[in-house]
Design a protein around this ligand. Structure first.
Ligand code: HEM
Length: 388
């Protein structure tokens, strides 16, 4: 058994911790000790992380104190989709997955384009230096999910402000907790309104199809939280990369068709969901020749797995032409990101529109001085000052 350490600290903004990458060759499955004394298995190879995430003998139920993502507040809390195991998970997921298919989302393309254009219009109408996180990265996913959930236009500001408070660096845990409470209460009220007066939105459809009101609150809240900061972080990191490594910006200018490949490659490259692949073994399972015993925690390092050279040649190069689609940035298996097609669509539209509409865009601070989020749960940036 190899003892390794676990760290979310990246040696530089672009790369996962070196010690994790080294483990891929030396000890791809190793035991690690967390600061609280608990031990768990660390998987670093693409093959092993994928196998673990698709095996339902590894549980997502974080209420179990042995689960690597357990925290004491979880006892007694209502399980979210992301924390459920089959058969409950399968049933609930089946009822909402239809909302997020590529075909279904295609209908949203024109509206998402309008939302992006409106945010960029507002940005260009003001001073020629802004924080892109506030001007574009956070409002776009927030606006899109608000409309999907059927949040009335008058409540959009409330929604955006509270979601932002939940995510910002300068808020205290108490402030974040309060914003969390206000959002949850808001979604409960929204569900009640949809029961009384249904609309053409996701929540109304789910309720009409027989979803229990408390389930609709839970689903609505998860969709709101899961897709907001993640997509915002990817927008900011992608734009920051294009402005830092200008050859990639030029490549998109020369061939806008490359945008779809760029989105996929940047998702692979940054793999922002740092703690999205924690599971608990419910039975003895052999993985990569190692026996993981029932009751042991496992952590799949997707950001390291996405730099596995056996799957992605020259993994540390950014290459918009590589077919990176088999990356694990959205996880894998039964819990693979439900909103991945929406995230891809938003990212594609934002990147294409920024490249086309703001040709003089540049970083307003040196790349190294951008405040990166280094302590999980999602990698990203707190602020991105840009000018044009
Ligand atoms: C699950 C990443 C955007 C909704 C996940 C998981 C990852 C992930 C890694 C799997 C967690 C696990 O296995 O335990 C991301 C990234 C995003 C993104 C990197 C943006 C770039 C979104 C969006 C939505 C969304 C836009 C919806 C509006 C969800 C939901 C789940 C999930 C509901 C739980 C699925 C389940 O448990 O069956 N996401 N996500 N995500 N994501 Fe995303």
């Amino acid at each position: 058994m190899t003892k390794a350490t676990i760290s979310l600290r990246r040696p530089d903004p672009y790369n996962p911790p070196k010690e994790h990458v080294e483990l891929q060759a030396e000890a791809p499955i190793s035991r690690v000790k967390l600061t609280d004394g608990r031990e768990l298995w660390l998987l670093t190879r693409h093959e092993h992380v994928r196998a673990m995430l698709s095996d339902t003998r590894f549980s997502s139920d974080r209420r179990d104190p042995r689960h690597p993502s357990h925290s004491p507040y979880m006892s007694g809390h209502r399980q979210q989709l992301i924390e459920m195991d089959p058969p409950d998970h399968t049933q609930l997921r089946r009822s909402i997955v239809g909302e997020f298919t590529v075909t279904r989302l295609a209908a949203w393309r024109p509206r998402i384009q309008e939302i992006v254009d409106e945010a960029i219009d507002a940005m260009l109408a003001g001073p020629s230096e802004v924080d892109l996180v506030e001007a574009l990265s956070l409002p776009v996913p927030s606006m899109v999910i608000s409309e999907m959930l059927g949040v009335p236009y008058a409540d959009h500001d409330f929604f955006q402000e509270n979601s932002a408070d939940f995510i910002r660096a300068d808020t205290t845990p108490e402030e974040r907790g309060a914003a969390y409470g206000r959002l949850k209460e808001y979604v409960a009220g929204l569900v009640q309104r949809k029961i009384e007066s249904p609309g053409e939105d996701l929540l109304s459809r789910q309720l009409a199809a027989g979803m229990a009101p408390e389930e609709a609150v839970s689903v609505g809240f998860l969709l709101l939280i899961a897709g907001h900061e993640t997509t915002a972080n990817m927008i900011s990191l992608s734009v920051a990369t294009l402005l830092d490594k200008r050859e990639h910006l030029q490549a998109l200018r020369d061939d806008p068709q490359l945008t779809v490949g760029a989105v996929e490659e940047l998702l692979r490259y940054f793999t922002i969901a740092e703690i999205g692949a924690a599971r608990l073994a419910t039975e003895d399972v052999e993985i990569g020749g190692v026996l993981v015993r029932a009751g042991e925690g496992v952590f799949g390092l997707t950001n390291t797995a996405n730099r596995d050279a056996t799957v992605f040649p020259e993994p540390d190069d950014i290459d918009f032409t590589r077919m990176a689609r088999n990356h694990l940035a959205f996880g894998f298996g039964p819990h693979q990101c439900l909103g991945q097609n929406l995230a891809r669509l938003e990212l594609e539209i934002v990147l294409a529109t920024v490249v086309r509409r703001i040709p003089t865009l540049r970083l307003a601070v040196p790349f190294d001085e951008i405040p990166f989020k280094e302590n999980g749960p999602n990698y990203g940036v707190y602020e991105l000052k840009v000018a044009w």
